[in-house]
Design a protein around this ligand. Structure first.
Ligand code: TMP
Length: 239
């Protein structure tokens, strides 16, 4: 496969065309941002950790019957993905209160929710990715009613599988953000990444943060933290 032109460069990843019109080449960058890009730092090693974690998680999800855009890992920092037409939506699932849920609704962090809560955000940096509801999604033609139902259903399926995965390695899955796209046949496919950048992961016994909150809250170095997540996800012989 040949790497083609740069298509898009985001905060943490760059996307390139390939010799296959249905596939893209992703490069994970050593960049961390917080506050919608207000604070930006280069962190050596972050790109390869997120690429390896995301690849491992997508392979696990496939083994659980949940396909995604992930095709294969090419190198420490690169992977091939299926080209999909992305919904301009972020789908957040929450099991335990934290982050914006706690801030907005005044609920103490760490409160177990009676059922997983699904939220939608408009993916629009200029507007700071605002929270939106299902009527907003419909009226703005971001997705149809049946697509919204499918996005929710798929997000909850991913939640079930991920909770099981992280629980088995001593980690509580607090919340996470997913993105979805439509493939050339119009099927909705899980896309983007699943990593400590996009999940809140708390160590079970200590509630130590094993995710990007370490960077957001400037409480330490994320490289050993992300490495710990990768080590737990993959036996040493598979790394
Ligand atoms: P929040 O509590 O800040 O709304 O975040 C909920 C989850 O979504 C958390 O695991 C972090 C993740 N997230 C992203 O991956 N990207 C984002 O832009 C935001 C706002 C949250």
């Amino acid at each position: 496969m040949i790497k083609g032109q740069l298509l898009y460069e985001g905060k943490a990843k760059a996307l390139y065309t390939t010799s296959d019109k249905d596939q893209l080449w992703v490069e994970y960058k050593d960049q961390a941002t917080a506050g919608n890009g207000e604070r930006k730092e280069t962190i050596a090693g972050k790109g390869q950790l997120n690429n390896q974690i995301t690849s491992t998680v997508f392979e696990y999800l496939l083994s659980e019957g949940i396909p995604s855009h992930f095709v294969k890992k090419l190198s420490d920092t690169e992977q091939v993905i299926k080209k999909v037409d992305m919904f301009s939506l972020e789908v957040v699932v929450r099991n335990v209160t934290a982050g914006s849920f706690s801030r907005r609704l005044g609920v103490e962090e760490g409160t177990q929710l009676d059922f997983p809560v699904v939220e939608f955000y408009l993916k629009e940096d200029e507007l700071n990715d605002p929270f939106i509801n299902e009527d907003h999604i419909k009226v703005l033609k971001l997705a149809t009613d049946s697509e919204v139902s499918e996005l929710k259903e798929k997000a909850l399926e991913v939640n079930g599988a991920l909770k099981k995965l992280f629980d088995s390695i001593g980690i509580t899955l607090i919340d996470f953000k997913l993105e979805f796209g439509k493939d050339s046949e119009g099927a909705i496919l899980l896309a983007d990444e699943i990593s400590p950048d996009t999940c809140r992961l708390w160590e079970k016994n200590t509630n130590n943060r094993l995710d990007k909150d370490v960077f957001r809250q400037q409480t330490g170095d994320i490289v050993p933290v992300y490495q710990e997540v990768l080590n737990r996800l993959t036996p040493s012989h598979a790394r």
